[in-house]
Design a protein around this ligand. Structure first.
Ligand code: ADE
Length: 410
């Protein structure tokens, strides 16, 4: 049996083999050394695909520090391989909240020039300290939740350095949030439970890009999908995509499975636990573990006990049971292996190129939230075409002239 280090190397090699865009970026970085002399601090879910990103940045000359974006999302094997490769890694699967916070703090004390964040935890820590900017040229952000936090900082005019919103790049949210979260959430639920989804009533809370992906995949596996929403536009979108749309209190009565992907808090709480059917599964795929209220569950249940890895049974006074998966933390990483490799190739190629942009231009940028430069998004899209077996037409001169004739028209 290979040990941690060998398994870690094998997992990273598998990821790199299926991340051709990031590999191309890595080869250019190796040649051009855009991060020479710079320190990069990364707070990300630490697993093989993330290791491929860290190694690409290191190949570009960076001194790379990496901490876990969640106490449960680390895969320990790639950590061993990263440490051996000289990436300073602070992450252990199942670490305590104190260890997790210490890891993020270590990313701050590493005195980074560039930050790559997932959920804006490191940026929030730095801003909460209210300290001077130090050497930081800027940050890049992976998630919807993180961008929401960055926008709040921007509005309060207290932002200390610029940030690039990787989440909203086309080549990120259209694929990572929808197809990545869609598939990996199912991976986590199935790994945790080994149960059948066909014929089950599956409630998906939230119909953003992630919710759309989860609902589509549950439907594809034969579940009857009910969506809950607070936004009327998204509710209608879900309805016209063919799903039932009901309030949570009504949906919870019928649910065999509830998956939260809202980015909000206490979406499933006491009033919903009171009406659940016996045996209902509860999973969260949102960034923070606040969508299914564990405190309410513990307040209402008479007892709880682990029944399988990643599954806790809660028993209520009337004998009903429900099952919380992955402690209510993002199930795709707590129990599953995270997003599929080809999806993270897109997201992490964008991250690597956005980090390069910050390294080269951050000192001249205002402390604001910036979109990913369009050339970067387009380059990742074009580079991906052959990998996904797609090819596009080139506009004829007539079509180019026709499109130009509309520019600025009404
Ligand atoms: N693997 C590494 N980072 C991830 C992320 N943000 N979401 C899902 N899987 C991941």
């Amino acid at each position: 049996m290979p040990g941690d280090l060998e398994r870690g190397r094998q997992k990273i090699e598998w990821a790199r083999t299926h991340m051709p865009i990031l590999e191309e970026v890595r080869r250019r970085f190796e040649h051009e050394q855009p991060f020479r002399g710079l320190t990069l601090s990364l707070v990300l879910h630490v697993e093989a695909k993330t290791a491929a990103l860290a190694l690409a940045l290191k190949a570009g000359g960076a001194d790379v520090h990496l901490a876990a974006g969640n106490p449960l999302s680390t895969d320990d094997d790639p950590v061993a391989a990263l440490r051996e490769a000289g990436v300073h890694t602070h992450a252990v699967k199942g670490e305590s909240i104190e260890e997790y916070r210490a890891g993020i703090r270590a990313m701050w004390t590493a005195d980074p020039d560039v930050i790559i964040d997932d959920g804006a935890d490191l940026v929030a820590l730095i801003h909460s300290e209210g300290r001077r900017r130090g050497r930081i040229r800027g940050s890049t952000e992976e998630t919807t939740t993180g961008v929401t936090r960055l926008r709040a900082l921007e509005r309060s005019k207290t932002m200390l350095f610029p940030a690039i919103d990787v989440n909203d790049a086309d080549m990120k949210h259209l694929f990572d949030n929808r197809y990545g979260t869609g598939q990996s959430t199912i991976d986590g639920i199935l790994t945790a439970t080994n149960l059948l989804l066909a014929g089950k009533v599956a409630v998906v809370a939230g119909y953003g890009w992630c919710g759309k992906g989860v609902a589509a995949r549950l439907h594809g596996l034969g579940a009857e999908v009910v969506v809950t929403e607070i936004d009327p536009v998204r509710a209608i979108e879900a309805r016209l995509d063919g799903f039932q749309v009901r309030p949570m209190l009504e949906a919870a009565r019928r649910a065999d499975l509830i998956v939260t992907v809202t980015g909000s808090t206490r979406v499933v709480r006491t009033e919903h636990f009171q009406v659940l059917k016996d045996g209902c599964l509860l999973a969260n795929s949102g960034h923070f573990d606040v969508e299914v209220s564990r405190a309410d569950l513990e307040g209402l249940a008479l007892a709880h006990r682990p029944v399988r890895p990643h599954v806790e049974e809660y028993r209520f006074a009337d004998g009903r049971r429900c099952y919380l998966l992955g402690e209510g933390r993002l199930i795709n990483l707590a129990a599953g292996q995270g997003h599929p490799v080809e999806i993270m190739d897109l997201s992490f190629a964008l991250q690597a190129l956005s980090a390069e942009h910050v390294a080269r231009h951050g000192l001249d940028m205002e402390p604001k939230v910036y979109p990913v430069p369009r050339e970067i998004d387009q380059a990742v899209a074009r580079g991906s075409l052959p990998n996904f077996g797609a090819a596009v037409d080139t506009p004829t001169p007539e079509q180019t002239a026709y499109a130009a004739s509309w520019q600025g028209g009404t």
